[in-house]
Design a protein around this ligand. Structure first.
Ligand code: FE2
Length: 323
């Protein structure tokens, strides 16, 4: 549901999920005009993002990495590096990354970026320079809608007990498990630096013969927006192992001989399988597909909204930066 349009300067603002900001100005270089946005209009963009969790900027022709980086910095300030993440991702340049992922034939399930890690970005900015031949929508999911749609038993359990993520990363790249090695994950080969960083920021971290084993206890829901509404904020539906295929997922000694990811409740107990089924169904129901047009920019509040991607064909080019 969209509300009435408000216009200010070269912008038309329309609240929704995502909210829509369209270019109604006549600047021959709209990407430059967006990068030079007036402070009062920037505040309106940020206000809309805080209120609704996702904002699509359309008609500004943001097509090159240079333009994208300038617009991202102008709207969000300093950009951040993608460190500690499980996704294979390479920097296109500087702090602008490729968001298209390795396997275009598979959907990327909805998630909050780095919700399993001790640090996560507050905001994501995506930009599309080349649209896929078929498919390739970026999906967004309103975390507050997920929270209120779930049975109270499920959302209360996650709000009260939180989540513990378990990560056992191999020493070297190319592990048969397909799991990113610790040097790839942390972008360094220094064992000393990695263990110092992990012991300072994770709940636990240690070396094993196979690799680096960490646990991270975090909230399963978070308060977002000026109104402090509760939002779903975890990726247990992706990380939790089914006990029928991976036994003893809560046994930390067993983890030492097994490379992979897992998730339990914060206190280390098993998350019931039927909770996960309900979460998956709810995420599907709440998913909104953002069909790209070349030159679009999409802002996502990483705590208030989850994101994912539909499968696609062709040479889709979508950039992402973090702030
Ligand atoms: Fe992501």
């Amino acid at each position: 549901m969209r509300t009435e349009k408000i216009t200010a300067g070269p912008f038309s603002f329309e609240s929704g999920f995502p909210s829509l900001i369209e270019n109604i100005g006549e600047d021959p270089n709209p990407a430059k005009a967006l990068a030079n946005i007036e402070p009062e209009h920037r505040e309106m963009v940020r206000g809309l993002l805080e209120k609704t969790g996702a904002v699509l900027l359309r008609g500004f022709d943001v097509l090159t990495i240079d333009q994208f980086e300038e617009v991202a910095r102008s709207l969000l300030g300093e950009l951040a590096a993608y460190k500690g993440g499980d996704a294979p991702r390479h920097a296109e340049r500087g702090l602008v990354y490729n968001a298209s992922g390795p396997d275009k034939t598979r959907a990327v399930r909805a998630h909050n970026e780095l919700s399993y890690a001790p640090w996560h970005p507050a905001t994501l900015v995506f930009g599309c320079s080349v649209v896929a031949e078929e498919g390739g929508a970026t999906t967004i999911v309103d975390g507050h809608r997920v929270y209120t749609s779930l049975p109270s038993e499920v959302r209360d359990a996650f709000r009260e007990r939180g989540v513990t993520y378990i990560q056992h990363l191999p020493h070297a790249a190319g592990d048969p498990s397909g799991i990113k090695s610790w040097p790839e994950t942390f972008e360094t080969d220094s064992k000393e630096d990695v263990i110092a960083h992990c012991q300072a920021s994770y709940t636990s971290a240690k070396w094993t013969p196979l690799g680096l084993l960490t646990t991270n206890r975090t909230p399963g829901t978070v308060e977002v927006g000026a109104d402090g509404r509760q939002a779903w904020f975890n990726q247990t539906h992706i990380w939790r192992k089914d006990p029928s295929t991976v036994p003893d997922v809560t046994d930390m000694e067993r983890w030492e001989s097994w490379i992979g990811y897992g998730a339990t409740f914060g206190d280390g107990t098993e998350i019931p399988g039927h909770y996960m089924e309900l979460v998956r169904e709810t995420l599907e129901t709440c998913e909104v597909a953002v069909e790209w047009e070349a030159g679009d920019v999409l802002l996502v509040d990483n705590r208030a909204a989850m994101h994912g991607r539909h499968p696609y064909s062709g040479d889709r080019q979508v950039f992402v930066a973090f702030a």
